[in-house]
Design a binder for this molecule. Structure first.
Ligand SMILES: Nc1ncnc2c1ncn2[C@@H]1O[C@H](COP(=O)(O)OP(=O)(O)OP(=O)(O)O)[C@@H](O)[C@H]1O
Ligand SMILES: [Mg+2]
Length: 364
């Protein structure tokens, strides 16, 4: 208790931190809600940054500063009729925006978005639509930033060339003798490998712009107010240059799957078209004007792409001996891969409907 409050006192909050509570599920960072004295005028979120995943904390912090300042300035101009708040970083006592403790842990502090909450699972179409609005607005508000001014916090994060090369290397070496049990999945991946270069090719040839993207568009990174309006986007560690198709696609992969990410009963894994449509309505409402025709044309495909690349990464990790993703039982990564590849198949079967939904929304 004393340690968390002691760490909180290393930031310039102008009042006494008096209590804390753990928040979030802590997959990447450890987050604490911080109460203050005398009148609890301000509330904060203290986070221990996972510096094993994000090794260059100063560069990461610089990205977050640039993006949050830009979004705050835009919000202050007041041109958007949607209520939206920005995170801002609180300076530390030595005027950095992070603090390194005696044990080598890195910490940062944000304003707490008062009265807000997040959802791990999408509760239904209305909130899915709100979520789409929030990520669309994040994109719109950052669309005039120079993405090349941001540091790549995780290199080649969604680079299909690099991911396929790693997969093929593991297939060749077969270090755990697991190829035999995954032949069907390997074939599924290879049959689609060429098509999955589409977004990278569009980007490299300048047919879609490099933008400031979030890169972790899970539903629990959206904060909702008590009336269930989406009011803020959090988890900015992976904000870096990227393609909007990655953000849209991953939101659909994680938010419009009728089964769990690691579902063992594959008959439960399908694209939920109602949630897909609801998210798309919100996203296009706020981001629509900022999107180029080539981006719009590939939105539906992007969901399939992101599901494919995550399935590919689970499969690669299974074949390599589970070195990256934590597993909770034997062959967990294979089960995750199978569930993602089933979702890819479901999206293929529903491709015409998904494309129809997007083109109808963009006509309006
Ligand atoms: N500034 C904030 N105001 C209110 N709540 C916040 C704030 N920042 C984070 N949270 C809450 O804490 C949770 C975790 O924060 P964040 O997403 O930044 O960390 P994370 O490492 O991704 O954690 P997780 O593994 O839980 O996703 C969020 O889902 C949100 O509910
Ligand atoms: Mg998060």
């Amino acid at each position: 208790m004393k340690d968390i409050l002691h760490t909180a006192s290393k930031f310039r909050i102008g009042c006494m931190p008096t209590g804390f509570e753990r928040i979030g599920s802590g997959h990447i960072n450890d987050s604490y809600y911080i109460k203050t004295d005398p009148d609890e005028a301000m509330e904060y979120v203290l986070q221990r940054i996972n510096h094993h995943v994000f090794t260059d904390v100063p560069a990461l912090t610089d990205n977050i500063l640039k993006v949050t300042k830009h979004i705050s300035a835009k919000i202050n101009e007041g041109k958007n009729d949607i209520p939206f708040e920005s995170l801002h970083l609180i300076p530390s006592a030595d005027d950095l925006f992070y603090y390194k403790d005696d044990e080598g842990n890195y910490w940062r502090m944000y304003n707490h978005i008062r009265g807000s909450r997040s959802y791990d699972l999408v509760p239904g179409p209305e909130l899915a639509c709100e979520g789409g609005k929030a990520f669309g607005l994040f994109l719109k508000l950052t669309s005039d930033m120079d993405a090349s001014g941001l540091f790549e916090t995780i290199r080649d994060f969604h680079n299909i060339g690099t991911r396929l090369a790693a997969f093929r290397r593991v297939c060749k070496e077969d270090p755990k003798g697991r190829i035999q049990g995954a032949n069907e999945e390997i074939r599924f991946v290879e049959e689609r490998a060429e098509e999955m270069h589409t977004i990278l090719k569009l980007g490299r040839s300048g047919q879609i712009p490099l933008r400031v993207t979030h890169n972790d568009t899970k539903f629990n990174n959206i904060l909702f107010d008590p009336d269930n309006r989406a009011v803020c986007i959090v988890d900015l560690d992976t904000v870096m240059p990227g393609y909007v198709l990655y953000d849209f696609g991953d939101a659909i992969r994680t938010g419009a799957n009728s089964g769990a990410e690691d579902e063992s009963d594959l008959s439960k894994v399908n694209i939920d078209l109602e949630l897909f449509k609801a998210y798309s309505i919100g996203f296009i409402e706020t981001a629509g004007d900022s999107l180029t025709p080539n981006e719009i044309k590939h939105l539906a495909f992007s969901a399939r792409f992101m599901t494919f690349i995550i399935g590919l990464r689970f499969l690669t990790d299974h074949l390599a001996g589970d070195t990256y993703y934590k597993i909770h039982f034997p062959c967990h990564n294979l089960q995750r891969a199978r569930a993602q590849l089933k979702l890819v198949r479901s999206m293929e079967e529903n491709a015409a409907s998904m494309e129809g939904i997007i083109s109808d929304l963009c006509k309006k």
